[in-house]
Design a protein around this ligand. Structure first.
Ligand code: FES
Ligand SMILES: [Fe+2]
Length: 349
């Protein structure tokens, strides 16, 4: 039954922003290729340093555009030197004086740089929402630090449950009982929050120690967008740590992830030094939680056959993903298939 759900689906592509490269990896006039859920896409920087992204296979005869070169702010295919601008319009065919009457168009994608990453909008039309941000930091000037790239051998949706499966916080991460008691809160079709109602337990040494210094609540808030981006905010009221997990599925069913630590900008040299240290600590906190269950996410075959009440957050996440708008890449790829065109040509000539 689980296979028919959007959750953990190898074929469903959510409408949203997916990270494709670290921004620094693509220099001016460079072209890189990425396989995004079975679709080859090239991402490049023009001479103006702005990004562009196009379907990878040339609409003429299918050569891979990564072998081409950047010319001005467009791309020239290696094979017969057709040129495409950033919007995917063919603007030059060197052996023809005028371009064919029927416009030749390659599918282009909206790409944006944010948090040190390049993000690609999966939809056909212009983006209907922005790249996610930590809710508590929305509309604030931010400092961030981009962490290492990591891989897990399961779908990103499954990786995401790691931060909301409160059951395993006790068994794997040895957090004292009842620290976490999260309730899901649906914000809209693409965004769901998980907010914690728990307090440090007086039945545990760590809880008692905490309570000596601090009586306020410990925040643990997750925010998930379209099953591929998650943010964590955690800590006592006087110091919240913020992390983002940007995930993308790979063709072999694994997940390629990036962790980004955030904090609000602090003024002056001291502010900068403080933030640098804080961002490192934040990344370490993320690392601590990731390392404890590495082996689970390298072998799991997710199948929640016997949910119990402690799995309520996981179930809420699975349910919410059903509402997430999807994009149908297969349909748009078929429409522009060379096979269709070649068949028509054979008939006509
Ligand atoms: S295949 Fe690209 S120009 Fe011919
Ligand atoms: Fe975990």
């Amino acid at each position: 039954m689980m296979n028919t759900l959007s959750f953990n689906s190898a074929t469903d592509i959510p409408l949203g922003w997916i990270w494709v490269f670290p921004a620094k990896q693509i220099k001016r006039k460079q072209i890189h290729a990425v396989n995004l859920m079975g679709r080859e896409i090239i991402v490049f920087r023009g001479e103006d340093n702005q990004l562009g992204a196009l379907d990878a296979y040339c609409p003429h005869m299918g050569a891979h555009l990564v072998d081409g070169k950047v010319e001005g702010n467009g791309i020239r295919c290696f094979f017969h030197n057709w040129k495409f601008n950033r919007d995917g319009n063919c603007i030059d065919i060197p052996c023809l004086k005028t371009l064919p009457a029927k416009k030749i168009q390659q599918r282009s994608f909206t790409v944006k740089e944010k948090y040190g990453l390049i993000w690609l909008w999966t939809g056909e039309t212009s983006p209907s929402f922005d790249i996610p941000c930590v809710p508590e930091l929305t509309n604030q000037a931010l400092d961030f630090s981009l962490g290492n790239q990591w891989q897990k051998k399961c779908h990103p949706n499954v990786v995401m449950i790691n931060a909301i499966d409160e059951h395993h916080f006790q068994t794997v991460h040895k957090l004292p009982g009842h620290v976490l008691n999260m309730s899901p809160k649906v914000i809209d079709d693409i965004n769901i929050h998980f907010e914690n109602q728990g307090k440090p337990s007086a039945h545990h040494w760590f809880g008692r120690l905490m309570q000596r210094f601090y009586q306020g609540p410990i925040t643990y808030q997750m925010s998930y967008w379209y099953g591929l981006v998650g943010t964590v905010t955690l800590g006592p009221d006087f110091m919240h740590l913020h992390l983002m997990f940007a995930l993308r599925p790979q063709a072999d069913g694994s997940t390629l992830g990036k962790t980004i630590a955030f904090t609000k900008q602090r003024a002056g040299l001291l502010g900068r030094i403080f933030n640098t240290a804080l961002l490192q600590v934040t990344k370490l906190a993320g690392f601590y939680f990731a390392i404890g269950d590495t082996k689970v996410f390298q072998k799991i075959r997710f199948d929640l056959k016997h949910p119990i009440k402690h799995d309520k957050t996981v179930l809420a996440f699975i349910k919410h993903l059903e509402k997430q708008p999807k994009v149908d890449w297969q349909a748009s790829l078929k429409q522009s298939s060379h096979e269709n065109v070649t068949k028509r040509m054979i008939h006509e000539h």
